[in-house]
Design a protein around this ligand. Sequence first.
Ligand code: DOR
Ligand code: ZN
Length: 338
Amino acid sequence: MTDTITIRRPDDWHVHLRDGDMLARVAPYSARQFARAIVMPNLKPPVTTVVAASAYRERIRAAAGSGFEPLMTAYLTDSIDPDELARGHAEGVWVAAKLYPAGATTNSDSGVTDIANIRPALQRMQDIGMVLCVHGEVTGEEVDVFDREAVFIDRILAPLVRDYPDLRIVLEHITTRDAAQFVAAAPATVAATITPQHMMLGRNALFAGGLRPHHYCLPVLKREEHRAAVRAAATSGSAKFFLGTDSAPHARADKESDCGCAGVFNAPFALEAYLQMFDEDGAIDRFEAFASLNGPAFYGLPPNEARITLARRPTGVPPEVDGLVPFLAGGMLDWALA
Ligand code: DOR
Ligand code: ZN
């Protein structure tokens, strides 16, 4: 039995670090585990300009301390200026741009109402090699909330991949077999991030013994067969799948509420949770690729040189961390970050 594992320092290819007081509270947890992170731009107001993105990057650096590099994303709107995207990319501020279908999730009101509105932006991103990160859910009452990812793939993503054959696209936080199969079969320009909660929990976890707001995130947890397919994709060894926690902290009162916010705060023990699942599935030898190699390779960045070690040691997850409820609060994990 493997009792320690040493791998290149991982990166988090999808995280919400928020701003202000919340940023100061949560950034150190990401920085403790990861060297770099793709930082989501869904602040209020959203990060749509190079000036706003560089200022936000400085605030993150200040909150996270040295040794952590935030990789910034632009928030795509119906009126986003392709020149602004290109300038931010050329200046090394923006690594990627994020497509939020308007109304799909937290702070997505300014998102894209129709893909046709961002065609010039997508064309420019393809030309300059800027990655597109996608929240892959359609909106609208006529589509069942559990079907929104699969419908998005059919209606939006498949045509996008066809129309922009050289655009690198990351389907974020996949939750369905449909998504896992689509990405696996797609050209090498298409990849996906996978969260620990979507690998570990099916939708029953939302109702286990009562309503469980800290398991609520978007895309919402799916039925068991989908969870299993997503987990199999993560541990498959395919270079198309990599680590993206989607850690999305909200104040406890905003989660435990009449209309609770979507988001799982998993940053404090993300690596331990992922590794536990790779271990359970006999895939420890594929953990480094998922956590530390596939993401940089897709983004065209070098893997980190530093190494980290995790040891097999029972680790308790506290019920609360800095006033926030972490993923697996009160539970036990088999691994500890040395
Ligand atoms: O659960 C989620 N929370 N999903 C998202 O897409 C956004 C995120 C947030 O910002 O809270
Ligand atoms: Zn997210």
